[in-house]
Design a protein around this ligand. Structure first.
Ligand code: ZN
Ligand code: ZN
Ligand code: ZN
Length: 108
């Protein structure tokens, strides 16, 4: 235990200059945009819902919910796999950014 700075004494004359430092809160509104809630640019239906074709078919068949998978491209755009599989037959590019379409992942 070596208290070396024992000689430091507090001044009795207290300078009462209380400086108020204004803390500016950078209230950055963080938009937690849910990327999973994208809209399919081809059929304009949210990718979490079934695409237009599947919606119509499931109504006809009355089979209940048909699984309409979502596909993500390398450009991080997401579409219905049904829509995209038709789209790439005509144009193998992402309809949103015109990048060459390659599937990054599929699923729900
Ligand atoms: Zn779609
Ligand atoms: Zn579909
Ligand atoms: Zn894209």
């Amino acid at each position: 235990m070596a208290d070396e700075n024992d000689n430091e004494r507090m001044d009795d004359n207290q300078k009462s200059d209380k400086m108020f430092t204004l803390k500016k809160w950078n209230a950055v509104a963080m938009w937690s945009w849910d990327v999973e809630c994208d809209t399919c640019a081809i059929c304009r239906v949210q990718v979490m819902d079934a695409c237009l074709r599947c919606q119509a078919e499931s109504k006809k068949d009355s089979y209940g919910k048909q699984d309409c998978v979502v596909v993500w491209g390398e450009c991080n755009h997401s579409f219905h796999y049904c829509c995209m599989s038709l789209w790439v037959k005509q144009n193998n590019r992402c309809p949103l950014c015109q990048q060459e379409w390659s599937i990054q992942r599929m699923g729900k």
